[in-house]
Design a protein around this ligand. Structure first.
Ligand code: ZN
Length: 71
């Protein structure tokens, strides 16, 4: 399993109109100029709060996975 990858972007009108204007996790509205995080594994945008939660959780997971794979 790969560690989750996120692309840090600044929300533009284009993204909000064409892709999504809400966070895929908490459904909070995204605004132009805000930092948003594109989840490359699940093809969705997350707000900063949810990205924070996800990346923390992922760090723990990948440490465990690496330990298991290379032990
Ligand atoms: Zn969110």
């Amino acid at each position: 399993m790969n560690a989750q990858c996120f692309v840090d972007q600044v929300a533009t009108k284009d993204i909000l109109l064409r892709v999504t204007s809400v966070c895929a996790e908490c459904y909070d509205g995204l605004k132009v100029g805000e930092h948003i995080y594109y989840d490359l594994q699940n093809y969705r945008y997350l707000c900063h709060n949810c990205y924070d939660k996800q990346s923390t959780a992922t760090e723990y997971n990948s440490e465990e996975e690496e330990g298991g794979l290379f032990a």
